[in-house]
Design a protein. Structure first.
Length: 126
């Protein structure tokens, strides 16, 4: 396993765990809107897992898509909560989890942006 793979695997695991936690919280709140939000998190988490774990080059080429979708979905959920409320403790905890998802997804996208660049650069002169 390459040296840079371990942090990415850990980051992916944390993102998936946070996504699952957010989905479960939304499922427990009841109501159609919360149910749909939880289902959205599950679907995007599954897409994220498939893109991260599948070694097919086609899926890896478009791996940025489920990552970006998860980050945008979490961001929209945060903004929607701030606009509509109701504000309660579990809601703020969930927004903290979603903010962590956004930050980790951004870190994951930025770390993947330069993957493979070092091999295309000319050798450094001594």
């Amino acid at each position: 396993m390459p040296m840079h793979a371990t942090p990415r695997v850990l980051r992916t695991g944390v993102i998936l765990e946070l996504t699952l936690a957010t989905a479960i919280i939304h499922f427990t709140l009841g109501g159609t809107l919360f149910l749909l939000n939880g289902l959205g998190y599950l679907a995007l988490g599954a897409a994220y897992l498939v893109s991260a774990a599948t070694p097919m080059s086609t899926l890896q080429r478009y791996g940025w898509l489920p990552r970006t979708a998860l980050g945008v979905y979490a961001s929209v959920t945060i903004v929607a909560y701030l606009v509509t409320g109701p504000f309660f403790t579990l809601g703020w905890v969930t927004k903290g989890i979603e903010l962590a998802i956004v930050m980790l997804v951004v870190a994951d996208l930025l770390s993947g942006a330069d993957t493979g660049r070092a091999s295309r650069l000319p050798p450094a002169s001594a």
